[in-house]
Design a protein around this ligand. Structure first.
Ligand SMILES: NC(=O)C1=CN([C@@H]2O[C@H](COP(=O)(O)OP(=O)(O)OC[C@H]3O[C@@H](n4cnc5c(N)ncnc54)[C@H](O)[C@@H]3O)[C@@H](O)[C@H]2O)C=CC1
Length: 517
């Protein structure tokens, strides 16, 4: 998810001046990846481990020590103790520490981005933008920390009431694997600004960079235990969400996990939840669009992070008259995407996150073919010429033509570099088909001549984040989140303060009690 297209260009431009520290196939991680009460923690002897892989090469990167009940208890205890101190600080005091953390991120941008690439497989160019988005998010909420205030309400007889915006306590953050560092920042920044502490559990597939954020907050002066990291999968996540001292759960992940598990768990403790789930978003391209921009928009809507983006506009509806021109251009540009070593500046598409996920995405392409879609390009495993990359999880980005609404590739989230192109004739038809989904994370519209049409269409799109004449632009000042089964609550923007705080109302009597008894 990018903050702005100008930053995309800036990142490409500045890239060459950055000194490369890591190279694919050269990294092994031995330091513990759990972190609480101010330092990294090795797992206990009995704790189980899982292999973590480098997507670019298929090598084992480290053995992840999974947290059980003891470790989760210790992390929550540390967070509870930090909460007592942090929640009593003024917003300005909290902001100063958060701004220092943002500066450290800026100074360590290249190092964090490289580790993200090694663990996630996305291109270094994109990883730098993710780190920037994390930094900007922390800066933004640092700016809001001192503005949190209540209301004063004058009542009859001189009595009055006031409201206080109070933190919730220990918040649990649960992350997905596609934006590991950025998700940790997007969750922790508003939480900390409001005076909460956090225990964060990254995806076990990408556990490496969340602990860097923990060290950065500590270096910036955060109290011990303010931001903690516990590693593990379903079991650890479940322990964390069920913990009686956890006041709120903020989850990014798939619809089934969010729906079945998190809601159930949160409802047992009546805990507030933020859910950022999956999507199957539409991108509608009208015949009056600037085709060059619409093609660029469709590529940005489908191929960032190897297509592993929740908000991707994977159902591309193109008005009939421009379909041939659009398809020619989109296929030409998709074929030109350079796939390979994600740490190379020239690479625009790296490796998918895991072998399992790659196989799932390739299966989706086969299924689409079997259901009658036409593979216009890509959709094959890709083997780079560099021998060290041969075990990596690469595929060629795919454009599917002749798609219809009933095909699985058009109905289900693939979460890989696969664009489905559909044709439409009228605005009413496009809207009806675009909204025909249980999901509603994002949507886009390209139209040039009729500005009123863009706003009319957006008004009728059932999606939380809409784009006009662009796609996948996510500045941290703007709320992000979904309608329907794509989620509950929002991340980013001012509104998110409401999801990490609670309002207290205080009535003050200035006269005598007027009793009915
Ligand atoms: N809306 C948004 O902002 C975003 C949504 N996503 C969605 O995430 C999905 C891909 O991420 P995955 O990691 O595969 O999703 P997932 O649902 O498998 O896992 C997400 C996280 O939940 C944890 N988890 C699994 N079972 C749990 C349980 N019982 N209790 C607590 N935690 C549990 C996992 O360990 C992981 O950290 C996609 O569907 C994508 O659309 C991804 C990024 C952003």
């Amino acid at each position: 998810m990018l903050a702005a297209s100008s930053r995309w260009r800036a990142a490409v431009h500045h890239a060459t001046s950055a000194a490369r520290r890591l190279s694919s196939g050269s990294v092994t991680i031995t330091d513990p990846l759990n972190y609480w009460a101010g330092r990294r923690r090795a797992g206990q002897e009995k704790c189980s481990t899982e292999n973590v892989y480098e997507p670019a090469t298929g090598r084992i990167l480290c053995h992840l020590e999974l947290c059980g009940a003891d470790e989760v208890n210790q992390a929550v205890k540390a967070a509870k103790s930090a909460f007592g101190y942090w929640s009593k600080m003024s917003g300005m005091e909290r902001a100063r520490i958060m701004i220092d953390a943002a500066h450290i991120i800026e100074n360590r941008r290249e190092e964090i981005a490289e580790m993200e690439v090694v663990n996630n497989g996305k291109s270094i160019t994109e990883a730098r933008l993710d780190v920037d988005s994390a930094r900007l998010c922390i800066e933004y909420y640092a700016g809001l920390a001192s503005t949190l205030a209540g209301q004063h309400v004058q009542l009859a007889g001189g009595s009055f009431a006031y409201t206080r915006r109070e933190p919730l306590g220990v918040c649990a953050g649960i992350g997905a694997w596609n934006y590991p560092f950025q998700i940790a920042a997007w969750k922790s920044a508003p939480a900390l600004a409001c005076g909460n502490s956090m225990v964060f559990k990254p995806s076990p597939v990408t556990p490496v960079t969340a602990v860097l954020l923990a060290e950065i907050y500590a270096k910036a002066g955060a109290p011990e235990g303010l931001f903690n990291v516990v590693q593990g999968g379903q079991e650890t996540g479940s322990l964390l969400c069920h913990h009686p001292d956890v006041a709120k759960v903020s989850f990014t992940g798939s619809v089934p996990t969010g729906q079945k598990v998190i809601m159930e768990m949160a409802s047992k403790g009546i805990k507030p939840v933020t859910l950022e789930l999956g999507g199957k978003s539409p991108l509608i391209i009208f015949e009056d669009s600037d085709v060059e921009n619409a093609v660029k928009g469709a590529l940005m809507a489908n191929f960032l992070s190897q297509g592993q983006v929740c908000s991707n506009g994977t159902r591309v509806f193109v008005q009939k008259d421009i379909l041939p021109e659009f398809v020619d251009e989109v296929v030409k540009r998709t074929r030109a995407i350079s796939i390979g070593d994600p740490l190379l500046e020239s690479t625009r598409m790296g490796a998918l996150v895991s072998r399992l996920h790659l196989d799932k995405v390739l299966f989706h392409v086969q299924q689409a073919k079997a259901e009658g879609a036409k593979v216009l390009c890509g959709g094959e495993p890709f083997v780079p010429s560099d021998p060290k990359l041969r075990g990596g999880y690469y595929m060629s980005p795919c454009v599917l033509g002749d798609c219809t609404d009933d095909m699985t590739c058009v109905k289900e989230e693939i979460f890989g570099p696969v664009m489905s192109v559909l044709s439409f004739e009228t605005e009413e038809e496009a809207l009806r088909r675009a909204n025909d989904t249980t999901l509603g994370l994002a949507a886009g519209v390209f139209t040039r001549l009729e500005t009123s049409r863009a706003h009319r269409v957006v008004e009728h799109l059932k999606a939380g984040s809409c784009f006009i004449n662009n796609y996948n632009v996510t500045p941290v000042e703007v709320p992000f989140g979904g309608f329907k089964m794509s989620g509950i609550g929002r991340e980013n923007g001012q509104v998110t303060i409401e999801f990490y705080s609670q309002m207290k109302t205080v009535f003050v009597e200035m006269g005598d009690v007027d009793s009915l008894f």
